[in-house]
Design a protein around this ligand. Sequence first.
Ligand SMILES: Nc1ncnc2c1ncn2[C@@H]1O[C@H](COP(=O)(O)OP(=O)(O)OP(=O)(O)O)[C@@H](O)[C@H]1O
Length: 268
Amino acid sequence: MGDHAPILQADSVSLRFGGIRALTEVSFAVRQGEVFSVIGPNGAGKTSMLNIVSGRYRPTEGRILFDGGEITRMRPNRRAAIGIGRTFQNLALFGHMSVLDNIMVGRHHLLRSGFLSGMAWWIGGAQREELAHRREVEEIIDFLGIQHIRKAQAGTLSYGLRKQVELARAVALRPKLLLLDEPMAGMNLEEKEEMARTILDLNEEWGMTIMMIEHDMDVVMDISHRVMVLDFGRKLTEGRPEEVLVHPEVRRAYLGEDDAAPAETVPA
Ligand SMILES: Nc1ncnc2c1ncn2[C@@H]1O[C@H](COP(=O)(O)OP(=O)(O)OP(=O)(O)O)[C@@H](O)[C@H]1O
């Protein structure tokens, strides 16, 4: 898992919104096959970093490399086509449509990024391609263990299941790198465990590399190979979960501890 070459690299990335410095010279590398989490207090720049990787934002300075090539200025749908997948909080599920159709629509929406490829889809082999899509989507539904809801209307599902369907839609493109923005937000314990299991399965069984922002520290420490900590737009540290947890500045900045000494040395 974490021993492979980097699939994603950020090279001294800065991002400014007018006078606000959202990110300042942040560099990191996500290795092929790992679960890489980004943590930090509110406003630390986590979502900005993820948006820079997905292409929604362009850095003010610095470079992003993916799979050996520079993608700093590449459009988001092109990034999706070369293997950067993400869940779309703003692309709601179609409530009246089945789970299966929702995932199919996501696949078409993301694959038909340009006019020409769209035309090709309509003119040539549309049916053949439709069948291939359907097979692929069925496989993903099986893998995620959501067969029992494949015909259900998305609007009738619980919050946790809707999140699973949103994940299925992102996974339907078989991304090399999957970006997850707070996948456990708003979930109860059972739903969190289910989601954590799914993320691990995608990573371990499909070898999918995952970059994730998550506030739930238990989940982060449980399923991440490495963790990067941002604070005020700067990288504070990076390492294995157990290394990050004992870092004095992390304890101070993120866990809100005044005393930076390790917990076991603090008098009860
Ligand atoms: N589109 C934007 N326009 C202006 N400022 C922005 C924009 N997006 C983010 N910022 C600012 O950049 C800084 C970093 O925000 P960001 O959302 O990346 O942090 P975050 O770590 O994801 O926080 P949270 O945990 O609250 O989601 C903040 O000061 C935020 O107000």
